[in-house]
Ligand binder design. Structure first.
Ligand code: NAD
Length: 386
C-alpha cells in the first residue's frame, strides 16, 4: 500500500489566555496516526495560562511527535489550531486550519486575511467547514449551552444564599483557582450540591426556560439541567414552533427562575423580555444566561443589558431599577472553555472524518469548498492589502 504520511502540526493556543481546548485530542490523534498521518504536537507548558487540557505525554503515548511550542512557522505541515493567531504582520505561506474570525467583516479582518495571499498560504476556516447539507461539520454549541446552564444554576443558588451586594464571584473560586472544570463529573457533582442547597433555600427546585431548545446550545443546556438534578417538568423548552406566531415579550420567562437564550439570531425579532414586563413584584426570574451572546447586535432580543461578562466576572446586574428580586445576566462568549476536556473531545470527534480526508486536501469536497470560500474572501480584500 502506498504511504501517504500526510504531515499535520497541532499548534499551541499561544496568545489566548484561559484557552485550554484543543482541536486534536489524544483519541483523535490516535485515529489519525492509525490512518498513517504523521502528527507533530507542540509541547504545552502546564504553567502557561493557555496550557492544553491534555498532557503532552497523552499525545506521545499514541505516537505523536512532540515539538517545541511555537515551532509551526518552521514546519511544512498542515497547521491546525483552534483560535485566531496572535496579531502579527508577517506573510503566511502555510496551509492553516483554525477559527480566524475574518470572513464576516470583523474589525481588522483585512490584516488577518491578507497575510495569507501575501505569503501564498491558505486558510481553511473551521467555522465554515460544512457537510453536504450545508450544516457545520463541527461546532462547540452543545458545550456552550451545557456550560451556560451550569453557570446560570450556580448564579441562581448564589443569589439565594448571599445578599444582593455580594456579586457572584469568579469561576476560579469554585475550581481551586483554575477557572475551568477538569471534567464533566467534577462540574455535575458540584451542581447537584448547588441545586440541593438552592432547593433548601427556595423550598423548591428552579424552573428553567430554554429558548432555542432544539439547537446545539439548547440541547446542551437541557442535558446539563437534567444531569444537575432538575426534574424534566421544571424545563420549559421553546423553539421556533412556540415563537413563530407568538411575538414576545413573554410572561413565561418572567415566571421562570432561570432563562437561557440559545437561539441562532438571524433577523430582527420582538424582544423576549423587556423592562416593562420585568418590572413586577411577582417576577420569579433571577438569572438570564444569554448563550447566543449578541449584546451588541441591533437585533438583540434581550434589550436589558449591553455588556459581555467573563469567567472572572460571570454576572452583571440588570442596571435599570425594577421591582422584584435581583436579576443577573450572564453573557460569556467562550462558554465551552469551562469544560475544555469534553468540549475538545466532542469537537475533535465531529471534525475527525474531515481530518481523515486531509490527505486529499485539494480534492476532498469539505476542504476544497473551504479553499474556494477562502479565495472568494481574498477577492474582497481592499486593493493594496495583498
Ligand atoms: N457563548 C458561547 O460561548 C457560544 C458558543 C457557541 C455558540 N454560541 C452561539 O449560540 C447560538 C446558537 O448556536 P447553535 O449552534 O446552538 O445554533 P443552532 O442553529 O444549532 O440552534 C439554534 C436554535 O434556535 C432556534 N431559533 C432560532 N430563532 C428562534 C426564535 N426566534 N425563537 C425560538 N427559537 C429560535 C432554531 O430553531 C434552533 O433550534 C449562536 O448564536 C452561536 O454563535 C455561543
Amino acid at each position: 500500500m502506498a504511504a501517504h504520511n500526510t504531515l499535520l502540526h497541532l499548534r499551541t493556543e499561544s496568545g489566548k489566555p484561559l484557552e485550554h481546548r484543543s482541536a486534536i485530542t489524544p483519541s483523535t490523534a490516535k485515529a489519525l496516526i492509525d490512518d498513517r498521518y504523521i502528527l507533530e504536537v507542540e509541547k504545552s507548558d502546564t504553567e502557561s495560562s493557555y496550557h492544553r487540557i491534555f498532557a503532552d505525554d497523552e499525545f506521545e503515548a499514541v505516537g505523536a511527535k512532540l515539538v517545541p511550542e511555537n515551532s509551526w512557522p518552521e514546519s511544512n505541515a498542515i497547521i491546525i489550531g483552534l483560535k485566531e493567531l496572535p496579531e502579527e504582520e508577517w506573510p503566511i505561506s502555510h496551509r492553516m486550519i483554525h477559527f480566524a474570525h475574518c470572513y464576516k467583516g470583523q474589525s481588522g479582518w483585512e490584516k488577518v486575511l491578507s497575510r495569507f495571499p501575501r505569503g501564498g498560504g491558505t486558510l481553511y476556516d473551521l467555522e465554515f467547514l460544512q457537510d453536504e447539507t450545508g450544516r457545520r461539520v463541527a461546532a462547540f454549541g452543545y458545550h456552550a449551552g451545557f456550560a451556560g446552564a451550569a453557570v446560570a444554576l450556580k448564579a441562581w443558588n448564589w443569589q439565594l444564599s448571599h445578599s444582593a451586594d455580594e456579586p457572584f464571584p469568579e469561576i476560579a473560586q469554585f475550581t481551586d483557582g483554575r477557572g475551568y472544570y477538569r471534567n464533566e463529573d467534577e462540574l455535575v457533582a458540584q451542581l447537584r450540591q448547588d441545586v440541593l442547597a438552592g432547593e433548601k433555600a427556595a423550598g423548591r427546585k428552579p424552573r428553567a426556560m430554554i429558548m432555542g431548545a432544539l439547537g446545539r446550545c439548547g440541547r446542551g443546556a437541557c442535558d446539563l439541567l437534567l444531569k444537575a438534578g432538575l426534574p424534566s417538568g421544571n424545563l420549559i423548552k421553546w423553539d421556533l414552533d412556540e415563537t413563530r406566531d407568538n411575538p414576545g415579550p413573554y410572561q413565561e420567562i418572567v415566571d421562570s427562575d432561570i432563562f437561557i437564550n440559545a437561539i441562532y439570531l438571524t433577523e430582527k425579532i420582538p424582544p423576549f423580555v423587556d423592562f416593562p414586563i420585568l418590572d413586577t413584584p411577582s417576577r420569579k426570574l433571577r438569572v438570564v444566561c444569554d448563550v447566543s451572546c449578541d449584546p451588541n447586535s441591533v437585533n438583540n432580543p434581550l434589550p436589558i443589558y449591553t455588556d459581555y461578562t467573563s469567567f472572572t466576572r460571570p454576572t452583571i446586574p440588570v442596571k435599570q431599577k425594577i421591582e422584584g428580586p435581583p436579576l443577573s445576566v450572564i453573557s460569556i462568549d467562550h462558554l465551552p472553555s469551562l469544560l475544555p476536556r469534553e468540549a475538545s473531545e466532542a469537537f475533535s470527534n465531529a471534525l475527525l472524518p474531515s481530518l481523515l480526508q486531509l490527505k486529499d486536501i485539494k480534492t476532498a469536497r469539505v476542504w476544497s469548498d473551504a479553499e474556494k470560500l477562502f479565495r472568494e474572501k481574498c477577492g474582497s480584500l481592499p486593493n493594496g492589502t495583498t
